[in-house]
Design a binder for this molecule. Structure first.
Ligand SMILES: *Cc1c(COP(=O)(O)O)cnc(C)c1O
Length: 337
């Protein structure tokens, strides 16, 4: 498979490090844990969307776009990385933020990702929860076209068959790193939302016949729906790449929705424990919305004996720690009342 057939810009810091989590592994007493540091992709504090944006932005430039439109929740890491990529390319950027949580807290509305969106020079407009965000983006694109601009619309999370190529590539990168150090990866675990990360990883892992199963921890949708979203996008990605639809079987798509709690972006006790644990044992920052819930799932699965002793489990750190500053009160730390 030859990804250079697809237009790509190079602004991610790759390959991202693959590191052992020795202290946490010892503390939990289960499998050997490793972490793939996609929180270190380099663009505006990093995260998983940067890999997708290398392909999406190249497509935008190829189409002659001068303006980027995308959408996400208020504290969207995808929106923040898109604003940064647009700034770097000298493109205008408009983002539509859906008030999915209803939080009015000043830190949530103005700090974290929102602060950075604005520093990158993007214009932001807010939409109420449950708006049809795709329709809202199309409407804005229409207005901009009438104004003589050339907008390029990126779906939420950058999750379409072009963005997913970033994670097809990440599957190659991780497998190569493991091969170089003779590390047998038995499981790959990560937080799954708009599905592009998991779909791309599945396509890459299966196309290489790596034998590395991918385990998604859902941060929003129930299991069945999340698995269907991932499977659907994996199929569209295979088709886009000219690969057989049989490469990714429906049974290979696994998403566990037991760690969502009350909903997207709403804190859970196990997420708070996971964020504190990784910060205090390894000096690594997770986030409250995605990687914190993903790692909470991993901790719980280890405690329940889901993995065997001696197995090597890689957690893909998808980034997002900037949103810690949008949720300062949930960690119950001295100085915050
Ligand atoms: C977007 C995001 C995810 C989920 O990735 P998807 O490709 O949307 O499934 C996970 N973690 C973080 C920090 C994210 O920003």
């Amino acid at each position: 498979m030859h990804l250079s057939r697809y237009p790509r810009l190079h602004f991610a810091h790759l390959p991202t490090p693959l590191e052992p989590l020795e202290r946490i592994s010892a503390e939990l007493g289960g499998p050997n844990l490793w972490i793939k540091r996609d929180d270190c992709t380099g663009l505006s504090s990093g995260g998983n969307k940067t890999r997708k944006l290398e392909f999406l932005m190249a497509d935008a430039v190829a189409q002659g776009a001068d303006t980027i439109i995308t959408q996400g929740a208020t504290q969207s890491n995808h929106a923040r990385q898109t604003c940064a990529a647009a700034a770097r390319l000298g493109l205008q950027c408009h983002i539509l933020l859906e008030d999915r949580t209803g939080y009015q807290d000043k830190a949530y509305v103005h700090n974290g990702n929102v602060l950075l969106d604005q520093l990158h020079g993007a214009s932001i407009s807010i939409r109420p929860a449950d708006s049809d965000m795709n329709a809202e983006m199309e409407q804005l694109a229409h207005l901009l076209r009438d104004d003589g601009r050339k907008p390029y619309v990126i779906p939420g999370g950058g999750s379409n068959e072009i963005g997913a190529l970033g994670y097809v590539n990440a599957a190659f990168e991780l497998t190569h790193q493991a091969n170089e150090r003779s590390l047998r990866i038995d499981h790959l675990v990560h937080a799954t939302g708009s599905a592009g990360t998991q779909a791309g990883l599945l396509v890459g892992m299966e196309a290489m016949n790596s034998g590395i199963p991918v385990y998604g921890v859902s941060v929003r949708a129930p299991k069945q729906k999340q698995e269907e979203n991932v499977y659907g996008l994996a199929q569209r990605t295979l088709d886009f790449m000219g690969l057989s639809p049989n490469l990714v079987a429906r049974e290979a798509v696994v998403a566990n929705s037991d760690y969502v709690g009350d909903g997207y972006g709403l804190p859970t006790n196990s997420m708070v424990e996971a964020v504190k644990m990784l910060a205090s044992y390894e000096g690594i920052l997770l986030d409250p919305v995605y990687s914190g819930k993903g790692f909470a799932g991993l901790i719980d699965l280890i405690r329940k004996g889901h993995f065997k002793q001696g197995e090597n489990v890689v957690f893909l750190h998808t980034g997002g720690s900037v949103s810690l500053f949008a949720y300062p009160k949930i960690f119950d730390l001295p100085g915050y009342i």
